[in-house]
Design a protein around this ligand. Structure first.
Ligand SMILES: Cc1cc2nc3c(=O)[nH]c(=O)nc-3n(C[C@H](O)[C@H](O)[C@H](O)COP(=O)(O)O)c2cc1C
Ligand code: SF4
Length: 480
């Protein structure tokens, strides 16, 4: 993973540990009510894919165990992992693209409600994503994948396709860069990736026509399964974030200006809202900043925040970065991973950092979005996340008007019960996340996500469930 060249090492900090009385009187552990969004406290576990679904996208016992364990910390809400809205093969990624997934999702909801003694609300993150191919072998790319165009013909002065392919195979990188356009070069270097601007492809052109109904149908399934609400995934490297990005140059009314870029996200929300009704909580996660060249800025996010609030979303969760555009070059035969470049660092900052450090890098941008939403007259709750791992940070984010709800992802993996420990005045017993991103490395390889602090502890204890390779425990030991 990329990290800032300064390589300044930051240690997590326990901060001031509150007594049980202080915690009870805190903002963090006060309830929140906003329409159908009702939380027992302002604590939130943002979506994280733990790679425990089966190859057909069904929830397994291991998925339920994972969320039951997270629920034992009794956060206000857990947003379960990005879950696909389509009924298409997508490996061990949870799916909600067909009614056959409802029963498994119901088990996940039950695990969260039971595990938290009814204190934690179960949300599901609904995602759509476009196809991405593995980085090709050079020879194969020119023999099979590259589409020969008029541009190649005229630049090379050749007509015969085979002759063109052979010429390209024999060229060095420098020469190739002048012959391939930016997109072809990227496909060779990183692997081909569909983009929302590829309107010559019918399935991409028709995204605005098909996505609202796909999201709405998945939302209805989630509601039927018993979820308390839905988070539409409009963040990171995926379809909806790509519509919001200034890099979206579609000319069909769904790209170009901010007003056009936000159109599909609003139409998706409207379709979901119609399908699940106003008494069911629906919000979205989107980017406070894309953190890539020519990408979305905080001004874009302020505009979107106001539009989403105006449309009636029940919460807005702000993330940052996590794009394919600056991803590290994958090895041949592997796919690019959107958390390996600078934007990936901004999304999941790790302990080796610059002078700003890895904690709270999303606070200022989130505050700007919240201020814009408030200035427009909306009270929509805002969720912030990024490096928050102690009571002082969380309480300050609320007191300083940065957010209304505090999300902690990796800290909740490191110690799922950390919220409960804080609330009970046992903050000294919290296992602090070290932000070395071992978990994220597993995510990148699509391996079961575990934490380096606990995944080898008491491995032989009776009843311990292990990863497929048998080397790591799947959830922290009891009493962790
Ligand atoms: C293993 C792992 C999987 C993640 N999966 C998702 C996901 O499915 N959807 C999402 O919006 N963010 C995902 N994230 C990002 C987190 O939700 C969060 O925004 C990020 O880790 C920064 O918060 P933190 O510093 O509290 O960990 C994932 C993070 C990790 C570590
Ligand atoms: S492996 Fe554990 S300690 Fe390391 S970053 Fe992930 S959650 Fe934190």
């Amino acid at each position: 993973m990329w990290h800032p060249p300064q390589r300044i090492a930051f240690l997590s900090d326990r901060g001031r540990v509150p007594s049980a009385e202080e915690a009870a009187a805190s903002r963090l552990f006060s309830p929140l009510e906003h329409g159908p969004l009702t939380l027992s406290s302002r604590t939130w576990v943002p979506a994280m894919v733990p790679w425990r679904a089966d190859d057909e996208g069904f929830a397994t016992l291991a998925v339920c165990d994972w969320y039951r364990r997270l629920a034992q910390g009794q956060p206000g809400a857990i947003v379960i992992e990005a879950t696909g809205i389509r009924d298409v093969p997508s490996g061990p990624l949870l799916r909600a693209g067909h009614d056959r997934y409802i029963d498994g999702l119901r088990d996940v909801v039950r695990a969260i409600h039971e595990g938290s003694d009814g204190k934690t609300k179960a949300y599901i993150q609904l995602i759509d994503f476009l196809a991405i191919k593995r980085r090709p072998e050079r020879q194969k790319f020119f023999e099979r994948f590259l589409r020969i165009t008029e541009r190649h013909r005229s630049l090379l002065g050749l007509n015969d396709e085979e002759a063109i392919r052979n010429r390209l195979i024999g060229m060095g990188d420098e020469e190739l860069r002048t012959l391939l356009d930016a997109r072809e070069w990227e496909s060779l270097q990183q692997g081909a990736r569909e983009q929302v601007g590829d309107v010559e492809l019918p399935h991409i052109r028709e995204l605005p026509q098909v996505l609202p109904e796909l999201f709405a149908a998945a939302a209805v399934r989630a509601k039927t399964a018993g979820f308390d609400g839905i988070e539409l995934h409009y963040a990171h490297a995926y379809t909806m974030a790509s519509f919001l990005s200034p890099k979206n140059m579609r000319t069909d009314g769904y790209g170009g200006s901010r007003e056009h870029r936000v159109r599909l996200p609003l139409e998706v929300f409207a379709a979901v809202r119609r399908a699940v009704s106003v008494d069911f909580s629906v919000g979205c996660r989107f980017l406070a900043e894309e953190c890539i060249e020519s990408g979305g800025t905080v001004e874009d996010a302020m505009f979107y925040g106001v539009e989403f609030a105006r449309a009636g979303m029940d919460f807005l969760s702000l993330s940052r970065g996590g794009k394919f555009d600056d991803a590290k070059q994958p090895k041949v035969g592997e796919a690019a991973y959107p958390y390996t470049g600078i934007s990936g660092y901004e999304c999941m900052p790790q302990y080796l950092s610059d002078a700003q450090g890895p904690f709270g890098r999303n606070l200022a941008a989130t505050k700007a979005v919240r201020d814009a939403v408030r200035a427009a007259g909306f009270t929509t709750p805002i969720v912030v996340a990024g490096g928050i791992h102690n009571f002082s940070q969380a309480e300050a984010a609320l007191a300083d008007g940065i957010a209304d709800i505090v999300g902690s992802a990796r800290q909740s993996i490191a110690d799922p019960e950390w919220w409960k420990k804080l609330r009970e005045g046992r903050g000294d017993a919290v296992h602090l996340c070290e932000y070395k991103n071992y978990c994220e490395g597993l995510d990148q390889k699509h391996k079961e996500v575990t934490c380096q602090l606990w995944d080898r502890v008491d491995l032989n204890a009776p009843g311990t469930t292990r990863t497929k390779d048998g080397k790591r425990r799947l959830i922290p030991p009891p009493g962790w």
